[in-house]
Design a protein around this ligand. Sequence first.
Ligand SMILES: [Zn+2]
Length: 467
Amino acid sequence: MMNQQPLYFLNTLSRQKEEFVPINPNLVGLYSCGPTVYNYAHIGNMRSYLLSDIVRRTLEQNGYPVRQIINITDVGHLVGDADNGEDKVEQAARASNHTVADIITQYKSAFLSDLSGLNIKTTETIFPHASQHIAEQIELIKKLENKGFVYHLDDGIYFDTKLYDKYPELGHLNLDGQTAGTRIEENAQKRSPADFALWKFSGLQSTRLQEWDSPWGVGFPGWAIECSAMSIKYLGAHFDIHTGGEDHIPVHHTNERAQSECATGETFVNYWLHNAFITVDGKKMAKSEQNFYTITDLVAKGYSPLAYRYFILGAHYRSPLNFTFEALAGAKRAWQKINNMVWAWPSGGQCDEQLLTTFMTAINNDLNTAKALAILHETMNANLEPSTKRATIEKFDEVLGILNEAEVLSASELTPIPEEILSLVQDREIARERADWGRADLIRAEIEAKGYEVEDTPEGPAIKSRN
Ligand SMILES: [Zn+2]
């Protein structure tokens, strides 16, 4: 049955909560900026794909079929993030002595396996590669050139942002204060600092591993043009929803919107949704901070990717979220309890329509997953038949995606370990990570004195009661 409640999204473009009205209710277009496949995605990156998954599941729950695109950036994303520096994928290939194709295959498949672990729906999702849509990108640049939006510089073809007066809208940008050359790596020839490359030339001494012919010279596409070309190809010039991390707002998405609207003359996207960042122990995730975790790292430490999914859904997607292993352990306990209870209840019950309405009201209110999880917990404790509770929670799970019967633990595995012991085990892990073996042994002795045993397994520390 079609859910008749209104659906609202906070639109980054208007900064307002707006009711969702599809362009075509029989097929809603959803574009999510995908990974640059030069390295493993970290858990912060995965928050964007969890957002697009919740958007898709919510649309489907509201009765809208969805066509979803997640692009694979395998060319044109430069180390400088702007229009300078080495191509990230090519740099990774050179550094590891692999071919570009090997790098793309390796990191794309790691990405797909992360999506699958996180229970992110990918049936019928299209994952187009930038390198396989060069012709479409050239066509789009030609359109922009014919309409007078581009200019030629020594190193490439640039978009003139001054000719598109809506340019600052999405990012609420104040471009007046910017002058060319404020950033040392800026191309001083550009007419305005915000102007960006649509096509870059390989140059005479090209060492590029990927390059193509174009009407302007041999080279490669700029980073943003792929998303415009592929979204227009698969979703049309005007589509419903575009998602991504909030870091994309001021440059990447602003540029996508500018070149798409100027090329087609149509509104590009109706609703822009952006997720906030994740910090780790209060700090920005970075390799130099040694706080860069992947889903594989979490699994190695004994956490199901679904526990991480539950952790992410505990906060609104637009709120910054601080990740700690303590918080993840808390999320894991709550998530484990849900799985254990729900699968122990008999199947075949009827969904409680009133609870479902309450749940959908929360989800339809700009994807309030934190509230939706609170309703799930209320349902678990409600005075209802267990089979009704199971059926209702299974219905919620079509949006939440946190249930998995294979994750149910036996009663002995579930015996709660006291906080004090968990905290000692955590301290011991930190000591071990710092190779402080003396301290790690002292903590182990303390844990044993309190009646518990800790065993180091490839999946992380396993804790057992000694009684
Ligand atoms: Zn993009």
